[in-house]
Design a protein around this ligand. Structure first.
Ligand SMILES: NC(=O)c1ccc[n+]([C@@H]2O[C@H](COP(=O)([O-])OP(=O)(O)OC[C@H]3O[C@@H](n4cnc5c(N)ncnc54)[C@H](OP(=O)(O)O)[C@@H]3O)[C@@H](O)[C@H]2O)c1
Length: 328
């Protein structure tokens, strides 16, 4: 069945997502922006029939069957609540919300309404991730007990852009740190002790964060940064070896398996270039099956990772936006 998507947001990722939806046989019937001019420009550039503004107006269009939320971080939860109130399922960009409490409220509302909602944590659906889980499941390095990772890329330092803005939910943790935090959670289970240090910008957002975390089944050390190009790499280790996820680890093009007393094994990953198409496919599959939660993108996992980011943010003294109240 062709699914009719609406897109909230007109940034870089919204543009990439239009291509992914179309490549998966879906259609994009409407786009919204806080500014009418940007909505119209995006619609014209991408051949989308309806340009809505403000974002909630997108939901007036009956044609919209499912919404992809790619707005700035501080309003993800508001946009998700608006979708739920309108009876429309939603895929919400990472981070699902700027803190766990806001995400928890969205999930509760979705459950009450019986509507599908999920975080667009596309890494979980990547072929490299699935292959990693297969390799680990077959015991090649023993049970994974240690994760090390870095997500360091230089993001635009223009203060008008969202990354330096506390009001827009900026900072390295929410945009970048969410990936290593997710990897550590998925491989080692929930974290129960977290220690962090890092650097803040004048605006109060975090520029870097370095984290040591004790998880249910091992320990993780990771760092995220938006001011140095320290790379996007990860390794997972067990008693019998380690697996290197090639850069960028969150959609890795290959794995390198270092097993004790065995030759190093390279595993190229087919299909890594399909990017966001896997999450579009997963949403279509869940909607077709009448699921309210994806088994690959669970609410519990989203919440557990956000709780870790909350704790790190509190330790660093990161300034988070005051969230607008959600009208029932
Ligand atoms: N999954 C991924 O790989 C991935 C990658 C990047 C980002 N993301 C997530 O996706 C969300 C959006 O990120 P993004 O990188 O697409 O952000 P972005 O390009 O900075 O756009 C975010 C919003 O800023 C406004 N905007 C865009 N260009 C503008 C301009 N030239 N002047 C003024 N305002 C402008 C738009 O607001 P209006 O919508 O109101 O027009 C847009 O929706 C974030 O939550 C981010 O964490 C995910």
């Amino acid at each position: 069945m062709t699914r009719r998507w609406g897109i909230m947001g007109t940034g870089i990722i919204a543009s990439a997502f239009v291509d992914a939806i179309r490549a998966e046989g879906g259609s994009v019937v409407a786009v919204s922006s806080a500014t009418p001019g940007r909505a119209h420009r995006f619609a014209a550039d991408h051949g989308i029939a309806v340009a809505a503004s403000p974002h909630a107006d997108l939901l007036r269009h009956d044609d919209v069957e499912v919404v992809y939320i790619a707005t700035t971080n501080e309003r993800h939860h508001l946009d998700a609540h608006a979708c739920i109130a309108a009876g429309v399922p939603a895929l919400v960009e990472k981070p699902f919300a700027v803190h766990a409490a806001a995400a928890r409220a969205v999930f509760a509302a979705a459950r009450t309404a019986g509507l599908f909602v999920a975080e667009a944590m596309w890494t979980r659906l990547q072929p490299a991730t699935l292959r990693l889980h297969d390799e680990l499941g077959s015991g090649v390095i023993g049970a994974p007990t240690a994760v090390q990772a870095s997500f360091g890329v230089v993001l635009n330092s223009d203060p008008s852009r969202r990354w330096r803005s506390a009001a827009l939910g900026g900072g390295a943790l929410l945009d970048l740190g969410v990936y290593p935090a997710t990897l550590a959670h998925d491989l080692l289970g929930p974290a129960h002790r977290v220690q962090a240090t890092g650097q803040l910008a004048d605006t109060g957002v975090d520029l870097t964060a370095a984290v040591v975390a004790e998880h249910e089944r091992g320990s993780a050390t990771w760092r995220c940064s938006m001011i140095d190009a320290s790379g996007v790499w990860a390794t997972v280790a067990g008693v019998d070896g380690h697996i290197w996820l090639a850069e960028p680890f969150h959609h890795a093009p290959s794995l390198t398996i270092h097993q004790r007393d065995r030759p190093v094994r390279q595993v190229p990953i087919d299909g890594h270039e399909l990017g966001y198409r896997y999450e579009v496919r997963e949403v279509h599959r869940c909607l077709d099956a009448g699921l309210v939660e994806s088994p690959c993108l669970t609410h519990a996992d989203t919440l557990a990772v956000l709780e870790v980011l909350d704790e790190i943010g509190a330790q660093l003294g990161v300034l988070r936006p005051t969230l607008a109240p959600v009208r029932p």
